[in-house]
Design a protein around this ligand. Structure first.
Ligand SMILES: [Zn+2]
Ligand SMILES: [Zn+2]
Length: 99
């Protein structure tokens, strides 16, 4: 299996488990942009592959998180720290003022 095929496999599994809406803000590309964008979503690795102590199989249920392009950019904004999806959610809620 090529890396591309493996990535596609994980991507499909992640979407099958988590759906194709952003886990942080709930954005859904298909709903917003229509059919053309349906199924578009970034898949974020919640644990950076480089921090694994030893190579292990990905668990799409906990390791992969669908995020919209905006949220995905924000979790990676700082090079030294990747935000968790929970941290990002909390940020969104407090910024929008409805906590
Ligand atoms: Zn989002
Ligand atoms: Zn990511």
């Amino acid at each position: 299996m090529t890396t591309y095929e493996r990535n596609q496999k994980y991507r499909n599994q992640a979407i099958a488990i988590h759906g194709d809406s952003c886990k942080a803000c709930g954005f859904n590309f298909g709903e917003y942009y229509g059919e053309y964008a349906e199924g578009f979503i970034h898949i974020h690795h919640s644990v950076p592959v480089s921090t694994y102590e030893e190579p292990r199989a990905l668990n799409p249920e906990v390791d992969l998180v669908p995020l919209c392009a905006n949220c995905h950019s924000i979790v990676h904004r700082r090079k030294d720290k990747t935000l968790s999806v929970d941290e990002l959610k909390t940020m969104i809620q407090s910024a929008s003022g409805d906590v």
